[in-house]
Design a protein around this ligand. Structure first.
Ligand SMILES: Cc1cc2nc3c(=O)[nH]c(=O)nc-3n(C[C@H](O)[C@H](O)[C@H](O)COP(=O)(O)OP(=O)(O)OC[C@H]3O[C@@H](n4cnc5c(N)ncnc54)[C@H](O)[C@@H]3O)c2cc1C
Length: 270
């Protein structure tokens, strides 16, 4: 068995983590470890150093701020799911998080890790893009529309740390996911939000990266009903095709999940 040595260091603060990253450019931040550690076990990642930010209270909070909900990057999925503030102000977000993985994943996985990782089948990117959230880092604020740039790719630069994600409160929103029965990741998940800035529809799991479905947004702006999206057929061009489902199957699922997400938004389901 080939050994892949790496060093492990625990950061005492965000500034400390930044300084450690600057000195070890191929180091990786360790948050909940529920994407990074499996990737290392599979030899898909081989960092020279792990910088553990999991013990930093300054990155773990959920607050109402400027008419929205601000969530620190190290807040776990279960903390978001159980938050009275999130359940009351953005019930669709609490619902989405309740569908991530299983209890073990939700107790350790973090919002910052999920967003920074940008797995094409992850749930959080759909909410971040669907709600038009803002990702704050150690260097700047990045609008969701500019953050997710491709498969496992984001606008983050080398050494840049996600510190917070802030969500505007929608008038209504819903999320529907068709989960892979083995992994619980999204075969397709659709988040729909009726916001002050207009209707936003974001689909995850279907392609290499979360994306907005503009045709559906236009249809829902005319009539916010499941029927409005039910008649829209999505092109399979560029969608994922693998052992779990063809591109055509995923295209069909986008329409079905969009209908369910609108119905959930209308019910204001928690
Ligand atoms: C069995 C299983 C089932 C799962 N099912 C689902 C599912 O259904 N839906 C879903 O969405 N996810 C699922 N996940 C993934 C899970 O949600 C992870 O927790 C999440 O993707 C990554 O968060 P993490 O805190 O564990 O990050 P880590 O694994 O610690 O880190 C992931 C990556 O992000 C980087 N990173 C971490 N924090 C920051 C930060 N603050 N700033 C910059 N970079 C950072 C790390 O360096 C690393 O490259 C599943 C995972 C497992 C193991």
């Amino acid at each position: 068995m080939i050994a892949y040595p790496f060093t492990y260091r625990r950061a005492q603060s965000v500034k400390d983590a930044e300084a450690m990253l600057a000195h070890a450019p191929d180091a990786k931040l360790l948050a909940g470890g529920h994407s990074l550690i499996p990737a290392m076990k599979l030899r898909l990642a081989n960092p020279s150093a792990l910088i553990d930010i999991s013990g930093l209270p300054e990155l773990s909070y959920i607050r109402e701020r400027d008419g929205g909900v601000a969530i620190g990057a190290m807040t776990t999925h279960s903390e978001v799911m159980d938050s009275d503030l999130v359940r009351h102000r953005i019930p669709a977000l609490a619902h989405l998080v309740s569908e991530i993985g299983d209890p073990a994943v939700r107790h350790l996985g973090t919002i910052g890790g999920s967003v920074a990782n940008n797995d094409p089948a992850a749930d959080y990117p759909a909410a971040v893009l669907g709600l038009g959230a803002t990702v704050t880092t150690t260097r700047r604020s990045i609008a969701a529309d500019d953050f997710f740039t491709g498969m496992f790719a984001t606008a983050l630069d080398e050494g840049e740390i996600v510190t917070e994600i802030s969500f505007p409160i929608p008038k209504r929103a819903g999320y529907a996911k068709f989960a892979n029965p083995a992994s619980r990741y999204a075969m397709v998940g659709v988040f729909i939000a009726d916001t002050e800035a207009g209707i936003r529809v974001a689909a995850t799991g279907a392609a290499g990266c979360v994306f907005r479905a503009q045709k559906m947004e236009a249809a829902l702006a005319d009539a916010f009903s499941p029927e409005a999206v039910g008649s829209i057929s999505v092109s399979a061009d560029g969608l994922n095709s693998d052992i779990h489902g063809s591109a055509e199957y995923r295209a069909h699922l986008i329409t079905v999940m969009a209908k369910r997400a609108v119905a959930a938004a209308l019910e204001n389901r928690t």
